[in-house]
Design a protein around this ligand. Structure first.
Ligand code: PBG
Length: 331
């Protein structure tokens, strides 16, 4: 603990808090649009928009509308979007093979966005859950997800996304060894400049509910994801996950969910001093929106405060469904 000079009454901490200008002057952290990544949901069709009931203000968009929305985000100073697909149930199979179809929805969406907005970063999730019939992130067999067999398929998925023009591959599947395998596959195919953002410390969380609605994996999901996502009881283990992912070639690491895991963000930042991102997940967003709708709190202020807390905890950037709204308010 640092020893602080000064004592009351010569020292009065309220003195600097008295004026808006001096509060601003000594603010230790600031949130800007450049800190935000906007996760978006894409669907088939043209000029189509489907509101997601559990995520007020968020809609699934057809590719044409997504391209427009991406342009708006870019204009507001948001550096990157993260694209998630809602796949037609008819295309879902036990192995999730649609994930490595080079002409799948996500690849067409990425190509369209990059064509119109080459300087907007595009991030793609790597995991099989939007594509397979079990709702798991890998191959489900005999009551569990197979690690090494899944990693092979995830590499194929990463490759078609990179071919489509994706800038950042973001494995969210929590299989062991997938970052190294994906790095190797990307490099071997000439994609050594494609970045990897690893969902390094991803917890088996109750806060993903609305997302699973959004991508249509909720009803499919057999059991839970506790054999691969982290136990919320653990903190030291998050450091091991991050250390391994960095050793395997991750450029950036992520903690997910965000708000219940601010301590994890701080520990990772202090330990590794590497680019560390936070994901304010669907349930966190829904919670704030629901309270706002009921008039129980000022939703905009609560959102801004929450996002700033990620910066204070050590996040370099934050994935949030509120990115566009927040960027508008910050302008
Ligand atoms: C897929 C994935 C999930 C989220 C991002 N990628 C859901 C899950 O693991 O079940 C959740 C995002 C959110 O809740 O906003 N592996």
């Amino acid at each position: 603990m640092a020893s602080f000079p000064g004592s009351f009454p010569s020292t009065r901490l309220r003195r600097l808090r008295k004026h808006p200008w001096s509060r601003k002057l000594v603010a230790e952290h600031v949130l800007t649009p450049a800190d935000l990544i906007w996760p978006v949901f894409v669907i088939e069709g043209k000029d189509k928009q489907e509101p997601i009931a559990s995520m007020p203000g968020v809609s699934r968009l057809s590719i044409d509308l997504l391209v427009k929305a991406a342009g708006e985000a870019k204009k507001l100073g948001i550096p990157a979007i993260a694209v998630f697909p809602k796949i037609d149930a008819k295309l879902k199979t036990p192995d999730g093979r649609e994930a490595w179809n080079a002409d799948n929805l996500i690849c067409r969406a990425v190509a369209a966005v990059k064509k119109k907005h080459p300087d907007l970063g595009v991030i793609c999730d790597v995991a099989l859950d939007p594509f397979n019939s079990d709702g798991h992130d890998g191959i489900w067999q005999d009551g569990d997800v197979m690690n090494d067999a899944s990693v092979e398929l995830l590499c194929r998925q990463a490759l078609v996304q990179a071919e489509a023009g994706c800038d950042v591959i973001a494995p969210s599947d929590m299989m062991d060894g997938r970052v190294g395998a994906i790095r190797g596959a990307l490099d071997a195919a000439g994609f050594e400049q494609v970045q990897i953002l690893s969902y390094a410390a991803k917890y088996a969380s109750a806060f993903y509910g609305p997302f699973r609605d959004a991508v249509g994996s909720k009803n499919a999901l057999k059991g839970d994801k506790k054999t691969y996502q982290m136990d919320p009881a653990n903190s030291n283990e998050a450091l091991r996950e991050v250390a391994l992912d960095l050793a395997e070639g991750a450029d950036m690491v992520m903690v997910k969910p965000g708000l219940p895991y601010l301590d994890i963000i701080r520990r990772i930042k202090d330990e590794f001093q590497m680019p560390t991102l936070a994901y304010q997940v669907s349930g966190e967003y829904a919670m704030l929106k629901a309270a706002d709708k009921n008039g129980w709190l000022d939703g905009d202020r609560a959102m801004a405060e929450t996002l700033l807390s990620f910066k204070r905890a050590g996040s370099d950037a934050i994935l949030t469904y509120a990115a566009v709204d927040m960027a508008k308010r910050l302008k």
